[in-house]
Design a protein. Structure first.
Length: 182
């Protein structure tokens, strides 16, 4: 036998001897048989604490920009601002704003939508990118984003265009969820 083979054989034999001594010499800590009691401490909850409180929310606004103007109108509000309320005791979490142009009668105009919301007592404006007059009957856009609106306030939605010729109507949808606020 070569020297390397004999050294390897001696090494493996020593390891086998140590492993067998360890198996037969050790005793289980619980010798009564049956289940072993285990005490669990410092548990971490993986429960979604907000998810169960989420209440789906969607508001749809239909701004119309009349011939001769460049600001949206709900035909009862000459300033063009349209609103929907956030219930008292709730917080609105907006996740998506989408808009599509129902009719593109405005001559080569582009339309942009803004959503204004009260966040911790201050108003913030969130604008969608401009939707061009593409010649298609329903060009539109959707924007995934996250912002909140305070309970007991109104969320303002408005549409603007860069021209004033023709009548323009759009559909704006604000989607997200409401959560209870203590």
């Amino acid at each position: 036998m070569t020297i390397l083979t004999s050294r390897l054989l001696a090494g493996f034999s020593s390891l086998a001897l140590l492993a067998s001594i360890g198996l037969f010499a050790s005793r289980p800590a619980h010798t009564a048989g049956g289940p072993v009691p285990v005490a669990v401490t410092n548990t971490i909850s993986n429960r979604d604490t907000e998810g169960p409180a989420r209440q789906p929310f969607v508001a749809t606004i239909y701004p119309t920009i009349l011939n001769g103007t460049s600001i949206g109108s709900d035909n009862g509000n000459p300033g063009g601002i349209q609103t929907f309320p956030v219930p008292v005791g709730k917080r609105l979490v907006v996740q998506t704003i989408s808009m599509y142009r129902n009719s593109t009668l405005g001559a080569n105009s582009t339309v942009q939508v803004y959503v204004n919301a009260s966040v911790n007592g201050s108003y913030a404006a969130y604008g969608l990118p401009v939707v061009p007059n593409s010649g298609s009957y329903h060009p539109g856009i959707a924007q995934g984003l996250t912002f909140t609106a305070d309970g007991g306030t109104n969320v303002l939605v408005n549409a603007f265009r860069n021209g004033s010729v023709g009548t323009e109507s759009s559909t704006v949808t604000v989607a997200g969820y409401l959560v209870d606020v203590p």
